[in-house]
Design a protein around this ligand. Structure first.
Ligand code: MSP
Length: 524
């Protein structure tokens, strides 16, 4: 049982509909997962929903619904998003599932037994909106509270705390010794800067059930429910445990649940990559490693942090209507056009800006005129001049293709799907330029140039085949349609991207446009 490449997204709150930011995170994670599969690795990709806590309880109450019924309804929308994005996830976790509660209980029980948790009354200022106690440092210089905290009230309550500071030096040493633990490096520096300059306060990991009932009760104190972040982070080990992974079951003293799982345990933990947004880095790069370390579990190998999307230079916001509905875009333009734009427009790290003009311009220039036109010309000319029969192999573009394959692999290993697409489009552009330079439509008119025409046609269709193989993780449907037109079996693996795969005499199919051209909306 070899360890699988285990990659996760953050789990989304079930307190509203999905938007561009959520969809983006899923797409970049899906691409990394599919690319590792294309490199021959055994991959496990997990995504899901974070259903407990005050935000969700309040959202359900606002609609006059029972929180579980409210979450069940919304979960349909979110699993629908996963389907519409074409995600290749291997499981989908909901934190309201019994399998999750069992693992949250196990880790809490272990930390309680090891003396990492204690209870104590606390009096302080509490932000209802952010579900957090505030300190004097959170006040504005004039003594007021920033509106981002919403309503701030004085509150005294007994709660359970996790001793954090005792693990601080160990965590700093771990981050220092493992440069790729937090990516990009500027996020790593932020975390290190914070950990070196401040002593970690103990983390409040409970909420009194009297104030917040929508959560997982503490196993040793059922009048409290588990703090939503402690609950949510645990999802990453719930799924390995549920699939029988001894790396989680053994340290937590859990039995493998059902016999079918016992018969075929998986090896997932530690996670290879947790993909998250920049706003939740402290939870993933500070609290989560400390929770795992204190519970005797190995740490994830990497926390990969992406930036935030805006639209037209402004924050996405339902109240101002500044939103991008990924499902509506997919309905109008197709899934792969959406995947292409978000991957190509924004590297993993910095913030991005969606514009409809930018989207349409990439669609027309890079998808329709770039890739679509290349395939169309190649298949069309082969049909017209050679009845769709592939001529003998020729190697003129072989080095360009090899460069694209190499760069795509390297860029993926560097968590840079944007760079990978740039490398793939270098080959698209090279092949389109090759058509201009060699002018096969002119060669076709001169019988003396028949052999030259054969060479040119081979280089074009073989470049298209390699492009289709390389595009499998990025634009799965487009890749399938390209291979369909070339009458080549779906390529499971990037090893099929070696030059010379199309054999003499192979019959290709009929051309069919990949990306129907759409007119840009008229400028006002
Ligand atoms: N439930 C927590 C995560 C728990 S993970 C153990 C949460 N949920 S969320 O729904 O608010 O956000 C889910 C993910 O979407 C986060 O990684 C967040 O950064 C990301 N995004 C939310 N808005 C975004 C943008 N505008 N742009 C890009 N990503 C954004 O946090």
């Amino acid at each position: 049982m070899g360890k699988r490449f285990y990659i996760t997204t953050a789990i989304d709150y079930t307190n509203g509909a999905p938007h561009l930011g959520h969809a983006y995170e899923k797409v970049i994670t899906d691409v990394i997962a599919r690319a590792h599969r294309a490199m021959g690795e055994d991959v496990f990709f997990l995504t899901g929903l974070d259903e407990h806590g005050q935000k969700v309880q309040q959202a359900a109450a606002a609609e006059g619904k029972d929180p579980k019924a409210y979450c069940d309804e919304l979960a349909l929308q979110w699993t629908g998003l996963a389907r519409d994005l074409g995600l290749s996830n291997d499981d989908f976790i909901r934190t309201t599932e019994p399998r999750h509660r069992a693992v949250v209980h196990a880790i809490l029980t272990k930390l309680h037994a090891s003396g990492d948790l204690y209870s104590q009354p606390y009096h302080g200022w509490y932000s209802v909106k952010e579900e957090t106690f505030l300190t004097e440092k959170d006040r504005n210089p004039d003594g007021t509270w920033d509106p981002k905290w919403g309503q701030v009230i004085p509150l005294t309550e007994e709660n359970w705390y996790f001793r954090m500071a005792r693990h601080q030096e160990w965590l700093v040493a771990h981050i220092e010794a493992n440069p790729s633990f937090i990516e990009p490096s500027y996020r790593r520096n932020e975390v290190l800067g914070f950990l070196r300059s401040e002593r970690l306060a103990d983390l409040c990991i409970s909420r009194p059930a009297s104030r917040l009932s929508w959560g997982i009760p503490l196993p040793f104190a059922p009048d409290w429910v588990t703090y939503v972040w402690f609950d949510a982070l645990t999802n990453y080990i719930t799924v390995p445990a549920a699939h029988g992974d001894p790396a989680v079951l053994e340290p937590l003293g859990l039995p493998a649940t059902d016999p079918s799982v016992q018969a075929k345990p998986v090896s997932l933990w530690p996670a290879d990559v947790h993909v998250i947004g920049k706003d939740i880095i402290k939870f993933h790069a500070v609290y989560w490693p400390i929770m795992l370390h204190a519970a005797g579990l190995p740490l994830p190998r990497q926390i990969l942090t992406h930036g935030w999307w805006q639209k037209d230079g402004h924050k996405l916001s339902k109240s101002t209507g500044n939103v991008v509905d990924p499902i509506a875009v997919i309905r109008e333009w197709g899934l792969d056009a959406f995947r292409y734009y978000v991957l190509r427009e924004l590297a993993i790290g910095p913030d991005g800006n969606w514009t409809d003009e930018g989207f349409q311009s990439r669609y027309n220039a890079e998808l329709a005129n770039g890739l679509g036109n290349l395939l169309n010309r190649a298949v069309n000319m082969l049909g017209k001049y050679r009845q769709g029969v592939v001529p003998a192999p020729s190697h003129e573009l072989a080095a360009d293709a090899a460069r694209a394959v190499e760069a795509t692999t390297q860029r993926i290993l560097a968590n840079d799907p944007q760079g990978a697409l740039v490398a793939i489009w270098d080959l698209v552009n090279r092949a389109n330029l090759y058509v201009e330079q060699t002018q096969p439509f002119k060669l076709a008119k001169d019988p003396a140039q028949s052999q030259r025409l054969d060479e040119v046609l081979y280089n074009l269709v073989e470049s298209c085949r390699i492009l289709a193989v390389l595009l499998v993780p990025f634009l799965p449907d487009t890749s399938r349609r390209m291979l369909g037109q070339l009458r080549v079996d779906a390529a499971p693996n990037w090893s099929a991207a070696a030059w010379g795969g199309l054999a003499l005499g192979h019959q290709v199919g009929a051309p069919e446009p990949l990306f129907p051209r759409k007119d840009l909306k008229a400028k006002p």
